[in-house]
Design a protein. Sequence first.
Length: 261
Amino acid sequence: MELNLLSLESVVRFSERWDSLGKPLNVLINNAGIFSMGEPQKFSNDGYETHMQVNHLAPALLSLLLLPSLKRGAPRRSINVNSVIHFVSTVDPNDMNFVSGKREFSSLAGYSTSKLAQVMFSNVLHKRLPSESEISIICVGPGCARTNIERDVPKFITEVGYRLFSPVLFNAEEASRSALFAATDPEIPKYCAQLRCDEWPACAYISSSCCPMNPSNEARRLDVSSLVWEKTLDMVGLSADCLEILLEGKEIQCRYGAHLK
């Protein structure tokens, strides 16, 4: 089924088509992402900086719209492939699009900010989902991997870089381990439930070695995370009460297209 993360309308159409099948959804893994190394700032047709849209906004919209299908499944897990690069970033909820001029844009800044926003949004979703939904929200770090993320980098740089760092780079199969662990380990739901009971300010985060780890201190700031949550809903065209509406199985309206229960 076609899904173009550079188009929020495409995300809505995809979720509508999936929902029309009436099938349960057991596991959602948001793996697609971009890191346009060294490239100038670009915007989608929706008007959003491309790293922010592909790495955060579109997966966030997809995750919310597929919640009714996840409720029909068992197990019920929503997994975001993240990056430890979020440790070097901050998010300005009023400038997630990098247009105010307060911060100089670079591809690294765009990528790291989008990954931090993803963790913050996931943290709030984890907290706001009622325990009876039994939906586990997990972020995972795949580690440093050689994948086609290199497509935007001059070939001579990748050849030199991969020769230098090949001993510590994962291939794509190795980098998938943390996501597969989060999707299949039977203890994950218990771990997520325990984090909610302990009032830990973050969702589960699984490292590239398939062990629990803490996201960055910045990611665990509840005040900023709440603002990122609110701004994200506004940017993807959903109302502030969309989570409750979706969990009740009612019709939801999105600025990028109506989405029926």
